[in-house]
Design a protein around this ligand. Structure first.
Ligand code: ATP
Ligand code: MG
Length: 563
């Protein structure tokens, strides 16, 4: 699969069209450049779809590049998760999996070239002093006393930085640009620092590491990237991006940076820092907790790659930051599953029903369609017998008139089966709790309405007790209970939704769900979409995750609140 879910125009594609028309580029090369210091989230998915989608649309290429130039927090576990997630999203980088850490030597050479041009110098100010000298938005910076070292001295000192002669933080290499520039990033930015921290791929090879602004643009250039698409925070860094490539990269092969608005999603957080904290503080059960907005979490929960791609297409790309309502994502998931998910019956809060006039020991294998709108999805057999489970909520002892489900004396249709009538409820003598319903069935009503013309308004789902599969079902919901959990200040953990995970056990599922596979969503009739959990399910005790409810229950709450 490619990114052909995206074909509509946007300002980035307009820029690319223009570059192609003017002959500035003759093919389009993009890249998705994650730093392997966390798992990918749905914001990254937006960038993945955009970069791979553009490459596919223009017959170009998109590289997958690990932007691993800062050893802190990077690891092979993250690299592997990123590879798996991008693949799962449906994109293919061919043989172009790259690592910025493979460019350390080339980047070093670029830095040496800058020094030789008299455009970089080794500075002995410490971090605090550099900040002080930098100035502010309203005041220009001051030049470092080390700014006018000779090229020879700079070459010598930089080489000795590399070979570990100086302690961490004692010296840096800076670009020599303009301490009075209105762009603070242009005020002699640091491009190399000394940091003795082993790199997960390069081990102790290096004790100096390039800074992001220097490494990123040159890595793009080394890979022949034509359009370097990034999020808006980097808009201010563009003059610096251009400054490096104009000096170090041949005209005609210089990548161009284009910024777009990052995805912000309500009721969730898309910041790696916060996601890491959620994991570390055990607020969630790991990166792939089904409540996490990570690709791993969404996959485990049962979201399909198609629905995530279609979400990215629906939200599009814009130049201004905004907040997308998480219901848009849920809607895309629901839409996709409504088409593809086979139907099944499951009872989550069971109440036993005994059909008094159904023969003891008899079992009928009733036929049920797998999808009401898609006969091509076939049918399955579901066992019907004297004892069933129905949903506790589908019975009321003393219901209002318009309750069309079970109540003493009332009739209801069992989905794919007969019409039954509730004769009475059996209660626990001590607690008064209803433990069982005694019902009768009308044998004439399988696939037929009652012959005497009585109207049966309600349809409920059920499973046969003897044939049911017991399961642990987890109802997942939004992790936070306010739209912008980071917007309030304080600890985001104060805004957790206490009902983000509800565990129900035992639930009873129809027999066919014994065959369920992780990642395949089912519509449990009247309840929502569910899938088998890939991690916690055990032989004999499946765990099912709710992917999304059938309807947006939060919209109803919002509506109630506003009435
Ligand atoms: P960090 O703060 O660690 O840099 P990051 O989320 O930017 O976090 P990266 O690994 O640098 O992480 O991101 C890889 C790519 O994904 C970048 O090109 C970045 O612009 C893009 N990206 C990150 N977050 C979002 C988001 N919320 N929406 C769209 N794109 C995003
Ligand atoms: Mg980043």
């Amino acid at each position: 699969m490619s990114g052909d879910d995206h074909t509509s125009g946007d300002f980035i594609r307009d820029i690319i069209d223009e570059d192609l028309r003017l002959g500035k580029v003759d093919s389009v090369v993009t890249r998705f450049p994650p730093e392997p210091n966390g798992y990918l989230h749905v914001g990254h998915a937006k960038s993945v779809c955009l970069n791979f989608g553009i490459a596919a649309q223009y017959g170009g290429r998109c590289n997958l590049r690990m932007d691993d130039t800062d050893p802190a927090g990077e690891s092979m576990e993250y690299v592997e998760s990123i590879i798996g997630d991008v693949k799962w999203l449906g994109f293919d980088w061919g043989d172009r999996l790259y690592f910025a850490s493979d460019y350390f030597e080339a980047l070093y050479d670029f830095a040496v070239e800058l020094i030789k041009r008299g455009e970089a110098y080794v500075c002995d100010l410490d971090a605090e002093q550099i900040r002080e000298y930098r100035g502010t938005f309203t005041e220009p910076g001051r030049e470092s006393p080390w700014r006018n070292r000779s090229v020879e001295e700079n070459l010598d000192l930089f080489a000795r930085m590399r070979w570990g002669e100086f302690p961490d933080g004692s010296r840096v290499l800076r670009a020599k640009i303009d301490m009075a520039s209105p762009y603070i990033v242009m005020r002699d930015p640091v491009i190399y620092r000394i940091k003795r921290e082993p790199h997960y791929r390069r081990g102790g090879d290096w004790v100096i590491y390039p800074m992001y602004d220097f490494a990123h643009c040159l890595s793009d250039a080394l890979e022949g990237v034509t359009h370097s698409i990034c999020t808006l925070e980097f808009e201010n860094n563009r003059p610096l991006y251009d400054w490096f490539v104009e000096r170090l990269i041949k005209k005609g092969t210089r990548p161009r940076q284009i910024e777009f608005a990052r995805l912000n999603l309500s009721y969730t957080v898309l910041s790696k820092r916060v996601l890491i904290e959620l994991v570390r503080r055990n607020i969630v059960n790991g990166w792939d907790d089904p409540r996490m907005p990570t690709v791993a979490g969404m996959r485990r929960r049962g979201f399909t790659p198609e629905s995530i791609r279609s979400f990215c297409a629906v939200i599009g790309v814009a130049k201004n930051d905004n907040l997308v309502d998480v219901s848009v994502l849920e809607h895309c998931v629901r839409d996709d599953l409504n088409e593809r998910a086979p139907r099944a019956m499951a009872v989550l809060r069971p109440l036993k029903v005994v059909i008094e006039n159904y023969p003891e020991g008899k079992v009928e294998e009733l036929k049920a369609p797998n999808h009401p709108g898609k006969p091509e999805m076939g049918t399955r057999r579901i066992p019907f017998s004297k004892e069933l489970y129905v949903e506790r909520d589908d019975f009321m002892e003393d219901p209002p008139g318009k309750f069309h489900r079970l109540a003493p004396g009332r009739e209801v249709r069992l989905r794919n089966a007969y019409v039954i009538r509730c004769e009475r409820a059996v209660k626990d003598e001590d607690t008064g709790e209803i433990v069982e319903l005694r019902c009768t069935y009308d044998p004439e009503t399988l696939e037929n309405p009652p012959s005497d013309g009585r109207k049966i308004k309600g349809v409920i789902h059920w499973v046969s007790t003897d044939h049911a599969v017991a399961a642990d079902v987890r109802l997942y919901d939004r992790l936070f209970d306010i739209p912008e959990p980071l917007g309030e200040g304080g600890d985001f953990a104060d805004h957790l939704n206490p009902e983000s995970l509800i565990r129900l056990f035992p639930c009873f599922l129809e027999r066919s769900l014994n065959e369920a596979k992780p990642g395949v969503g089912y519509q449990f009739e009247r309840l929502g979409y569910f899938c088998l959990d890939s991690k916690d399910s055990k032989v004999g005790m499946p765990v099912f995750n709710r992917i999304v409810p059938l309807r947006d229950s939060w919209a109803k709450i919002a509506l109630k609140g506003s009435q």
